[in-house]
Design a protein around this ligand. Structure first.
Ligand code: GLN
Length: 484
């Protein structure tokens, strides 16, 4: 059961091969048996899951099933789930039981999907390795001495290890695509505004976007279809109909123009990762695509721009955690100032504090123009670079990450080297474009991800381009040894 895709599971549920309750129990048993090696879950919601599965079985029996009815999944612990702890990977929210559901949570529940738990993540989604979590690091199922990527590392590891067929993630600078690449699965960051941010705990509001993890593009299309949509409760949500992401999956790639940014293939790219990407591009040529070199002249500034914009926004968003309304409150405080200081001091980890300090500095009087305003200007240039390139090509491709999964602890004390893990993904968030990572081979036994970047709201095209490749390759079908 656990190796089947959502499409296969849905057909099996419809035919009565097994019930959603049996399927859900099988996932819960796999989590109980195997997650000790990975630490991909923070919370397992066994009782609620079985109740939701039984409800799904009733819908299936009544002939009211959709493609996700009865399908187990896991939510990144950044999406609010009513009556279930929503920690965001932080001690600050360790005791937070969300009083309401995120829009994405509601939509997936309405589609009949069965949440089995909440996955581990970097604290407040800040990180590229899942090592900043208050709940301990997640291990990569391909090699448990290496990181799964971050910040959605728990969601990616859980899908790669076949604990669940699909999961949700969020991507502010790469947190869906980079862990998808490092864990050998498919992940999609939608266009900014496509998926509601209501009830998704905010990190950097102008960059954050939720999206699906799956093992195949076809499954990602199904999950995205249920997550996407206009939401009047999110003022940046875009009021535009949701495409049928499955309808175009099989379209021909004959004549597809692929742009290869020369900035993505130079210094800094690991040679074995680069070789896997080259081989994938040749596969696309066989499918009828043409390759053209393009240039994104300002993309080299994306990491410094991001590390002004994202900390600035996070310093503002995280000011709400003051120990007064919700979240961690220090014991035995002397006065209000002492309570603020100690609650925040105890509740936040080192990386979150670093970002709050950088952001507060960048936004302070006298520095705002030099840092934040300048970063916003360069951000605009990066967006213009992408839009210019996208006029000439249909999709942009390159590596998702500069190398394969690195060792646990290897970059933990070197923030700049950690920040460079997102060098190919961050600019996509700065521009608000959709991006995707699909498995494209191995380097040293560890998965390599190919990144696909499209125009605004071109998710259907990205999924089509990914699906055609998955029809002629089987990288996405490989299971990590020990988790087959
Ligand atoms: N790794 C990046 C950061 O640490 C991006 C994280 C994300 O996309 N949430 O901010």
């Amino acid at each position: 059961m656990h190796d089947k895709t959502v499409v296969e599971l849905s057909a099996a549920l419809g035919q009565g091969d097994f019930s959603s309750e049996e399927l859900t129990r099988a996932c819960l048993e796999r989590v109980a048996a195997l997650d000790g090696r990975l630490n991909s879950f923070i919370t397992v919601t066994q009782e609620q899951a079985l109740a939701a599965a039984r409800a799904a079985d009733t819908h299936i029996a009544a002939g009211e099933a959709g493609p996700l009815t009865g399908i187990p999944f896991a939510h990144k612990d950044i999406f609010c789930t009513r009556d279930v702890r929503t920690s965001c990977g932080s001690r600050m929210l360790d005791n937070f039981i969300a009083p309401y559901d995120a829009t994405v949570t509601q939509q997936l529940a309405a589609a009949g999907a069965v949440m089995i738990g909440k996955t581990n993540m970097d604290e407040f989604a800040m990180g590229s390795s899942n090592e900043t979590s208050y709940y301990g690091p997640v291990k990569n199922p391909w090699n448990t001495d290496t990181v799964p990527g971050g910040s959605s590392g728990g969601s990616a590891a859980a899908v790669a290890a076949r604990l669940v067929p699909v999961s949700t993630g969020t991507d502010t600078g790469g947190s869906i695509r980079q862990p998808a690449a490092l864990c050998g699965i498919t992940g999609l960051k939608p266009t900014y505004g496509r998926v509601s941010r209501y009830g998704m705990i905010a990190f950097a509001s102008s960059l954050d976007q939720g999206g699906p993890f799956a093992r195949s593009a076809e499954d990602a299309a199904l999950l995205l279809g249920a997550m996407a949509g206009f939401d009047p409760r999110d003022s940046t949500s875009v009021d535009r109909p949701v495409d049928d992401y499955r309808a175009a999956l099989n379209d021909s790639l004959e004549g597809l123009r692929i742009g290869l940014p020369k900035e993505f293939f130079g210094e800094g790219l690991d040679a074995r990762t680069g070789a896997a990407i080259e081989a994938a591009l040749q596969e696309y040529e066989k499918l009828g695509a043409t390759l053209t070199e393009i240039s994104l002249p300002h993309v080299g500034y994306s990491v410094p721009v991001y590390y002004v914009v994202a900390p600035a926004e996070c310093s503002s968003n995280l000011s709400r955690y003051d120990g007064v309304r919700f979240g961690h409150r220090a014991a035995d405080v002397k006065d209000l100032q002492d309570m603020y200081r100690r609650s925040r001091g105890e509740g936040f980890g080192a990386e979150v504090k670093r970002r709050i300090m950088i952001g507060t500095y960048a936004l302070s009087a006298g520095y705002y123009d030099a840092y934040y305003l300048k970063a916003q200007q360069v951000r605009r240039q990066i967006r213009e670079d992408y839009l210019g390139a996208i006029g000439e090509v249909d999709v942009i491709m390159g590596p998702t990450a500069p190398g394969e999964a690195f060792g646990l602890g290897e970059k933990a004390d070197d923030p700049v080297s950690m920040y460079l893990s997102d060098i190919y993904t961050i600019a996509v968030n700065l521009a608000g474009l959709p991006g995707m990572s699909i498995p494209a081979g191995f380097a040293d036994g560890l998965p390599v991800g190919l990144q696909l970047i499209g125009n605004y709201f071109d998710e259907a095209r990205l999924l089509n381009v990914a699906h055609r490749y998955q029809q002629v390759t089987d990288w996405h079908r490989q299971a990590p040894p020990g988790f087959e």
